[in-house]
Design a protein around this ligand. Structure first.
Ligand SMILES: [Fe+2]
Ligand SMILES: [Fe+2]
Length: 267
């Protein structure tokens, strides 16, 4: 059996941004994306991953879509595995969740402690300081409504943390006041050959496909995801777990701290 999660790259960054209030300096976020539970990613892999994340005790866990491949039976299996997450967690759906079963995907998070955001915003308090967490629904299947998701967000008043599966609409999220936008979906094409991957992206008209980008005064971060729906192989585009620490700063910069490897499951 192929286990794509026997080697995961754990990347760590610090986000410096003027919209981050100094009172939440040091707040930690962990992003999990594109699990694609199914043929290669199994519930025991995700339970082990959740144990690892629980031990790190981030302040928030943010899940950016594509929990399954094409099989609706995997929706409940993924929700069950993720329900062991202990930190406060928020999620959005991806295109595969809609393709597998739209209704089940919507209902998937109800019995879990994870809050699903579908074109909506919640106010989250940390150190008695409020930030807005905005969840944009999936763009590929036509469910994204950026205006609705951001309608109650005033970027001059609160830091806007945005979850948005498909990064191609990140400029809209940035224009609406998303200071940090977390995306997935692209998997870095699951292959990263310098120049060739870039040329391929250009030929498909894909502007944003992996890692950090600055869009005006906003930072977009695209996690490469954990699993995959169609094939398990990756070339220099390892599965990724991302950690971001928030820090007030005069200019928006996502500073790279370190990368390390860990794995889940012996099979
Ligand atoms: Fe995906
Ligand atoms: Fe996707």
């Amino acid at each position: 059996m192929i286990n794509p999660l026997k080697s995961i790259e754990e990347t760590s960054y610090t986000l410096h941004h003027p919209a981050i209030p100094p009172s939440i300096n040091g707040m930690t976020l962990t992003q999990i994306s594109d699990i694609h539970m199914g043929r290669w990613v199994k519930p025991h892999h995700i339970k082990e991953l959740c144990t690892h994340v629980n031990q790190l005790e981030p302040d928030l866990v943010l899940l950016t879509g594509d929990y399954v491949g094409y099989n609706k039976q995997d929706i409940a299996r993924c929700a069950d595995a993720l329900s062991s997450l202990k930190p406060t967690s928020f999620a959005v759906l991806g295109n595969h969740d809609y393709w597998a079963d739209a209704e089940l995907a919507q209902a998937m998070f109800e019995p879990t402690p994870i809050t699903l955001l579908t074109n909506e915003m919640v106010v989250h308090s940390h150190n008695e300081t409020e930030i807005n967490i905005i969840g944009v629904d999936d763009h590929v299947t036509g469910h994204a409504n950026v205006a609705q998701a951001f309608q109650d967000h005033d970027p001059s008043q609160r830091f806007g943390l945005t979850l948005n599966h498909v990064p191609s609409i990140a400029p809209e999220c940035a224009a609406a006041g998303g200071h940090l936008i977390l995306s997935g979906h692209t998997h870095n094409f699951q292959f990263n050959i310098p120049r060739l991957t870039n040329r391929l992206a250009q030929s498909f008209g894909v502007k944003y496909y992996a890692g950090p980008y600055k869009i005006k005064e906003s930072i977009l971060y695209i996690n490469r995801g954990l699993g995959s729906a169609s094939w398990p192989w990756r070339i220099r585009a390892m599965p990724e777990l991302t950690h971001i620490t928030l820090q007030h700063g005069h200019h928006p910069i996502l500073e790279f701290n370190q990368a390390s490897l860990f794995g889940v499951g012996s099979r």
